[in-house]
Ligand binder design. Structure first.
Ligand code: HEM
Length: 483
């Protein structure tokens, strides 16, 4: 901001910013005191609606460096040359809490990454978990209602959470993950990120590959126990956000090693799990992770509202060589985010400095709307035109998919080894004895708060189906707490 006197929004000098203008000393305030009225009115409008989920978050800019040639799988230009660097912006978040909620809580963490590529912005809007609670977008609003505040009590209710999870057995894998040690990361730097969904990569020859992204923390995994988190959340609600900012301020730049699992398109139909089911991982033995790059965060935003609160990420922001898979969750998300942005930040949200392309420019014929800045100047606003306006390329970003069958509200197809419990059981059996003890304690502490036995029993039943020992221990622990 330039030097000079304090002014009104219209730039006129303000004479007195301590005393409002009155009709005589001690008299009522005058309408002509526009500096006061403008200040109060602007203050009333300082907020935009918080995100309906992932409201609480922190962000930072960084650099992605490609370390392996991946052109055999994708023609995306930012993934085309070893050593190539792309600017990024990453926003971390919790899911259920409101804007002012504490950081150290048990919740998945959002890991929303924007690559400012020369072919447009590519957003990978993932979490710190490789899987999710549900596998169809039509269930998402119901699921989130159970995580958020109950319409009557105004608080999160164990009844709602466990009722939904008990009745949605596909959540068992993610819930086992969430109540394990990784459910409360020690900081945002000490956790992994995942694209979670399966996405399409396609190469110059038009061949299709299915891909899953992994971001492995170079800081090492560190977590908080429930007791540690309870204390920290009370004493320092901003713990994670501050840790991230301070580490970047002192030049201790957090980084992640980027890996992909690649599945040739022809494998998908016969793979033992439905490869587009977000409640399942692809075991590494089936598709080993391949290291392709490094992500480093190295610059803090200067203004949290402008750059973090107003940042927008959409799973529908693809670039040539990358596209969606038929994952039904992902398909729903392709609509939901742009719609949320138009409501939350406005129709020109894409053009704010944090959101617009940095390595190219947006060339559309869309115009005007609230807060349009006139960036197109006098250029024609239709296509085709004879005035040198931008033209279509004729080449889709991703390859078409063959489809069969009739339309209908059908479940995604089940593959040979698909059921809702197999990978939850595998995960449980992978845990050390100490972690199993903590997992059961964490789950039991929450399930014990449920008011109805049938809801508690149904919830425990899902873990029993994942692993008999898991179910037995959990049942005993819940009984001990409920008496
Ligand atoms: C069909 C299921 C889903 C729907 C409808 C949905 C919807 C939304 C909406 C509306 C927002 C707020 C966006 C905004 O206001 O800017 C959001 C944020 C977010 N969602 Fe989802 N979501 C879904 C599933 C998922 C999944 C599976 C993941 C991760 C794998 C995820 C990760 C995120 C993240 C990281 C954010 C925060 C983005 C940011 O930092 O601005 N969501 N989601």
């Amino acid at each position: 901001m330039t030097q000079g006197p304090l002014t009104t929004e219209a730039g006129a000098p303000v004479a007195d910013n301590q005393n409002s203008e009155t009709a005589g000393p001690g008299g009522p305030v005058l309408v002509q005191n526009q500096a006061l009225l403008e200040k109060l009115a602007h203050f009333n409008r300082e907020r935009v609606p918080e995100r309906v989920v992932h409201a609480r978050g922190a962000g930072a800019y960084g650099t992605f460096t490609l370390t392996r040639d991946v052109s055999q799988w994708t023609r995306a230009k930012f993934l085309s040359e070893v050593g190539k660097q792309t600017e990024t912006f990453l926003r971390f978040s919790t899911v259920a809490g409101n804007l002012g909620s504490a950081d150290a809580v048990r919740d998945p963490r959002g890991f929303a990454l924007k690559f400012y590529t020369e072919e447009g912005n590519y957003d990978l809007v993932g979490n710190n978990t490789p899987v999710f609670f549900i596998k169809d977008a039509i269930k998402f609003p119901d699921f989130i209602h159970t995580q958020k505040r109950d319409p009557y009590t105004g608080s999160q209710e164990a009844d709602n959470v466990w009722d939904f999870w008990g009745l949605s057995p596909e959540s068992t894998h993610q819930v086992t993950w969430l109540f394990g040690d990784r459910g409360i990361p020690a900081t945002l730097r000490h956790m992994n990120g995942y694209g979670s969904h399966t996405y399409q990569w396609n190469n110059e020859a038009g061949e299709v590959f299915w891909v899953k992204y992994h971001f492995k923390t170079d800081q090492g995994i560190r977590n908080l126990t429930q007791a540690e988190a309870n204390k920290l959340a009370g004493e320092d609600p901003d713990s994670h956000q501050r840790d991230l900012r301070e580490s970047i301020e002192r030049g201790d730049f957090p980084s992640w090693t980027v890996q992909v699992q690649i599945m040739p398109a022809a494998d998908a139909a016969t793979y033992r799990f439905n490869p587009f089911d977000l409640t399942k991982v692809w075991p590494h033995a089936d598709y080993p992770p391949i290291e392709i790059g490094k992500l480093e965060l190295n610059r803090n935003p200067e203004n949290v509202f402008a750059e973090v609160e107003q940042s927008i990420f959409s799973p529908a922001h693809f670039v040539p060589g990358i596209g969606p898979s038929p994952d039904k969750m992902l398909q729903g998300r392709l609509f939901a985010y742009g719609d949320a942005h138009r409501y939350r930040v406005g129709i020109n949200a894409d053009h704010l400095p944090v959101n617009r392309p940095h390595a190219t420019e947006a060339r559309t014929n869309s115009r005007d709307g609230f807060l349009y800045d006139g960036r197109h100047k006098g250029a024609k606003n239709y296509e085709p035109n004879s005035f040198g306006g931008p033209a279509q390329t004729g080449r889709p970003l991703w390859q078409p998919l063959p489809v069969t069958g009739a339309t209908g509200n059908t479940e995604a197809p089940s593959h040979a080894e698909d059921d809702d419990f197999v990978q939850a059981g595998d995960l449980y059996r992978l845990f050390s004895e100490e972690e199993k003890v903590r997992l059961v304690e964490n789950l039991a502490g929450f399930i014990a708060k449920v008011s109805r036995d049938d809801i508690a029993e149904r919830a425990i039943g899902n873990f029993r189906q994942a692993d008999a020992d898991f179910g037995k221990r959990l049942e005993a622990a819940v009984q001990a707490l409920r008496g």
